[in-house]
Ligand binder design. Structure first.
Ligand code: SF4
Ligand code: SF4
Length: 86
């Protein structure tokens, strides 16, 4: 049987130091799995964060975010090309 190496669940990754803490992603997420963190990032903003489960990979947060590079959304089954090459 072939080993399943892709993501088992959709995943959202927030790059905290690119986040301006605007909260748009938190508000728009239909699953309510994003929150504003209490700590400050290096620019002095409260960054968004993922609760760790429940993301469906819909991408709404990605399209709502005004900061390029702050949010990445990975669909179920995504395979990191860097890991695949090894
Ligand atoms: S991809 Fe969709 S479900 Fe996942 S965190 Fe973003 S808005 Fe929420
Ligand atoms: S929409 Fe982007 S900049 Fe705004 S809180 Fe979410 S990740 Fe940060």
């Amino acid at each position: 049987m072939e080993e399943f190496v892709g993501l088992k669940e959709p995943l959202v990754v927030i790059n905290e130091n690119e986040c301006k803490g605007c909260g748009l992603c938190v508000d728009i997420c239909p699953q309510k799995v994003l929150v504003q963190k209490s700590h400050l990032n290096r620019m002095g903003y409260h960054p968004a964060g993922y609760l760790g489960e429940g993301c469906t990979g819909c991408g709404h947060c990605f399209y709502a975010c005004p900061e390029p590079g702050a949010i990445a959304v990975y669909r179920k089954g995504y395979v990191d090309p860097a890991k695949e090459a090894k």
